[in-house]
Design a protein around this ligand. Structure first.
Ligand SMILES: Nc1ncnc2c1ncn2[C@@H]1O[C@H](COP(=O)(O)OP(=O)(O)OP(=O)(O)O)[C@@H](O)[C@H]1O
Ligand SMILES: [Mg+2]
Length: 249
């Protein structure tokens, strides 16, 4: 518990979006496949908000959330990327926008949505950054105001992609899982640990979260980590058992 998050110095430089073009690159194709898999993961109740979280820091949540948001926007869905990591937010770096106001501002004060939302260079994709880092993120995220704010966002957007902190460090993602139709657990193949994944899954289950998938994020070591590699499994018990048995060290 309370493991230190990776001390990577964040800046716009070094954070990249791979869904930048409509080209049929294999990585972009993988994000489109994940989008399709998420759609099929729930037939009766369409998934309109997905929380991306992980057991431990640095799994690639923010990278995946940003690229998935673009994948949804490119599919013609009115999409919002919501940076709900109120501790180590990065979406404002990724999209190179200001973070003077954002989610934390919306929770503690009355701000018009139009003043909060940042349009991105991608058609159909809006962004709400974290806003200033508050002293009490968990309290803010479990507030009634956050619930009301999410209800408002649900009216305006067809898909909301939520970025969050890791589960085993703080309770934020567990709290946020109640506000999302589905949760995808991201794990970095390099630092994969079966017990931590199971612990994370347990925390989500205890929060009654709808875990819809496990996403393995693998840096391509041959290209010096330049290209990503993403593998999505649905959250059926069978897949989980398979993943945890065969895909973790
Ligand atoms: N598949 C990938 N290929 C190459 N680089 C990657 C890949 N996934 C993530 N990265 C890089 O690894 C670093 C950590 O990724 P990211 O910030 O998305 O992780 P995170 O889970 O959001 O971390 P945190 O727990 O601190 O929020 C970033 O610099 C990102 O650009
Ligand atoms: Mg992150």
């Amino acid at each position: 518990m309370n493991k230190k998050r990776r001390g990577n110095k964040e800046s716009a430089e070094g954070r990249k979006i791979v869904m930048a073009t409509k080209e049929q690159t294999s990585v972009s194709e993988q994000f489109r496949t994940i989008r399709t898999n998420i759609m099929y993961s729930s037939v009766d109740k369409p998934i309109r908000s997905v929380l991306f979280t992980s057991a431990t820091p640095g799994a690639g949540k923010s990278t995946i959330a940003a690229n998935m948001a673009i994948a949804y926007a490119q599919a013609g869905k009115r999409t919002l990327l919501l940076d709900a990591d109120l501790r180590r937010p990065t979406t404002h770096y990724t999209f190179e926008v200001m973070n003077r106001i954002g989610l934390s501002t919306a929770i503690v004060s009355d701000v018009e949505l139009v003043d909060l939302v940042k349009h991105t260079d991608y058609d159909m994709l809006d962004l709400i950054t974290s806003g200033p880092i508050p002293p009490n993120p968990s309290e803010l995220l479990s507030s009634k105001r956050l619930e009301q704010f999410m209800n408002t966002l649900n009216i305006h957007y067809e898909m909301i992609i939520i970025d969050s902190p890791p589960l085993l460090s703080v309770t934020d993602a567990q709290i946020l899982s109640k506000r999302a139709d589905g949760v995808v657990l991201v794990t970095n193949v390099e630092n994969n640990n079966r017990n931590q994944l199971l612990e994370a899954k347990d925390l989500l289950n205890r929060a009654d979260a709808n875990i819809i998938g496990l996403l393995l994020n693998q840096r391509d070591v041959r290209s010096g980590g330049k290209d990503g590699y993403y593998y999505y499994e649905s959250a059926s018990e069978k897949s989980w058992q398979h993943n945890l048995k065969h895909k973790t060290p």
